[in-house]
Design a protein around this ligand. Structure first.
Ligand code: PLP
Length: 436
């Protein structure tokens, strides 16, 4: 066991706990240096979509590493070209150009800058506001955090953040008829702000960990698309978490027949083998910039990096060859059935999700849907109890009011089998019992 402060030179994210040292990982299993095995039921942070230790991805990455650093202003290379064209082949029609970066936060920042640049190039510099939802999470860099409806992440950084308009996120569990859930909240907010001032609406098509795998209705999406098109507001879909097959379609927006103007990808895009994210834009947006200023006014040293793009290319090919997107769709039912079994416990208020993205919501009172008091730390304690049983799940707190709200996310590698899904439910159930 490696200890946190003061026994190490590593500045851990959490300084109040010990971490096992991961020594090896294969498929859905991570093994520590003491030989203890953990079932990775959330791909780390909803990242390891093709499982761990995939030899062919490692080999592609090693080949690209031999090329080393190639600057995107001076050269192109085969990994970025092939990744972009193989990605374009699975993208919804109309989306095509991929701009590759490292993290989801960076890609969100790039996406909102792209939206802004488009309006400036169209001669409409008054359009600059970005509307987003609460709860939501779009990243930890300052603009992405400004757009994230996560009050407890933002609190101490208040003076550094920008003010953007925010609307309630869909919440079919607690507020099924509210404007945030029906999609009317966007129209109301655009009227309030003046649509001539709004550049884009940034939204997760299927909720990530901040709201807990919320699946909006088709009606929600019809209203949102109508408002965006009617008021010339660009639609930016943040699929950092829910994209790349996680929900049983290549992209979550496909469940609703929606093609955004800009799509943001990350996490599973690189299979977790190398940091990789992307901003994907409609061809006409890029063509407008090409005919206008001639360049996207945004650059980062490590954009289009060969090693990251090689990880993305090999991951994409692996997803296709093993038909893992179809597999995620087919496993939605067994995963849901297994997690639904936890409802015998009265603290399980809701089980929801799409494909292999699922959330279990824990409540103090199932009838009133009243959350637990924050001090009870239910999601964290449940996650810790599961970890002690060799099960890795992802806790989330505060989605109800910024303080209260307990979610446990289950989002295993898309390679998982039904016996391991049963294992997840069994170990989570045992951890819940322990919590009593
Ligand atoms: N967008 C969504 C929907 C996310 O879930 C995350 C991370 O969890 C991000 C953006 C930020 O990605 P990253 O942590 O790679 O910067």
């Amino acid at each position: 066991m490696r200890r946190g402060y003061p026994d190490t030179d590593v500045f851990y994210r959490r300084l109040d706990r010990d971490f096992p040292l991961a020594a090896a990982a294969t498929g859905v299993e991570i093994v520590d240096e003491e030989g203890r095995a953990y079932l990775d039921a959330c791909g780390g942070a909803m990242v390891a979509s093709v499982g761990h230790g995939v030899g062919e991805i490692a080999a592609e990455v090693a080949a690209a590493a031999r090329l080393g650093y190639i600057n995107g202003n001076q050269f192109t290379h085969r990994w970025v070209e092939e990744l972009a064209s193989e990605l374009a082949a699975v993208l919804p029609a109309g989306l095509r150009r991929g701009y590759f970066l490292s993290s989801g936060s960076e890609a969100v920042e790039a996406a909102i800058k792209l939206a802004r640049q488009v309006w400036v190039e169209r001669g409409r510099p008054g359009k600059w506001k970005i509307v987003s939802c609460a709860p939501s999470y779009h990243g930890n860099t300052l603009a992405a955090l400004s757009l994230s409806g996560r009050p407890h992440y933002r609190r101490i950084y208040g003076p550094l953040l920008s003010d953007f308009p925010s609307i309630p996120a869909p919440d079919p569990y607690r507020r099924p008829q509210a404007p945030g859930t029906t999609g009317e909240a966007l129209e109301e907010e655009l009227q309030r702000q003046g649509p001539e001032t709004v550049a884009a609406f940034l939204v997760e098509p299927v909720g990530g960990s901040s709201s807990g795998a919320v699946v909006p209705s088709a009606g929600y999406w019809r209203r949102v698309v109508d408002s965006c098109r009617g008021h010339q507001v660009l639609l930016i879909a943040d699929e950092v978490l829910c994209g790349m097959g996680r929900t049983g379609r290549w992209f979550a927006c496909e469940h609703f027949g929606v093609t955004p103007d800009i799509l943001v990808l990350g996490k599973g895009l690189g299979g977790g083998v190398a940091p990789l994210s992307a901003v994907v834009a409609r061809e006409e947006l890029v063509a407008e910039i090409a005919a206008g200023s001639g360049a996207f006014n945004h650059a980062q040293t490590y954009s289009h990096h060969p090693v990251s793009c090689a990880a993305g290319l090999a991951t994409l090919r692996y997803l296709k060859r093993h038909r893992l997107v179809e597999r995620a769709a087919a496993l939605e039912r067994p995963l849901r059935a297994a997690l639904d079994g936890l409802r015998d416990d009265p603290r399980v208020g809701d089980v929801r999700g799409k494909g292999l993205l699922a959330a279990v919501e824990l409540v103090a009172d199932r009838g009133s849907r009243e959350p637990f008091p924050r001090a009870a730390r239910v999601a964290e304690r449940l996650t810790a109890a599961a970890f002690a049983r060799g099960l890795v799940v992802w806790p989330n707190v505060g989605h109800v009011d910024g303080e209260r709200g307990d979610l446990v996310m289950v989002a295993p590698p898309l390679t998982i089998g039904e016996p391991e899904i049963e294992q997840i439910a069994r170990r989570l159930g045992a951890a819940l019992e322990e919590l009593a």
